[in-house]
Design a protein around this ligand. Structure first.
Ligand code: ZN
Length: 136
């Protein structure tokens, strides 16, 4: 019975499929917030790899506990990378030689990319609040 519901919900949103970001299946779930990383990924998929399906990204009920765990892991890892980035930036500014800056900027870029490796987007809290029926 869950399967039939999924199809109906997918049709609602202008024919866009709702796909769970954890299991990758077409599911009903909590909507994911479209942040800058997701925009960037969509841009790459539209303009470079040309395989953007324009799906609505959700987290399904079954995957929610796993999502929670992954999300908190991502957030704490992000905090470490931000901390490291600040240390590098401060050291770079204190030493402030051209060589240090040339070294610091790629390190910062690398830290940023590394922090996105296990990217877990936030949920769209506003959409969930206005859509409590679908949650249950
Ligand atoms: Zn799922």
């Amino acid at each position: 019975m869950v399967r039939g519901k999924t199809r109906a919900a997918g049709m609602h949103q202008k024919g866009r499929q709702r796909v769970c970001i954890v299991c990758g299946n077409e599911r009903v779930g909590l909507p994911v917030r479209n942040d800058h990383v997701i925009h960037a990924i969509r841009w790459i998929k539209t303009n470079i790899t040309k395989n953007e399906k324009n799906n609505v990204l959700v987290v399904c009920k079954e995957c929610y506990p796993k999502y929670k765990k992954e999300r908190s892991r991502f957030v704490s890892r992000m905090a470490i990378y931000v901390g490291l980035g600040i240390v590098f930036l401060v050291v770079g500014l204190v030493i402030a030689s051209v060589g240090t800056l040339l070294f610091t900027l790629p390190v910062l870029a690398l830290l940023y990319l590394l922090s996105l490796l296990n990217y877990m987007p936030d949920l769209d809290v506003q959409a969930i609040r206005g859509d409590k029926e679908a949650k249950r």
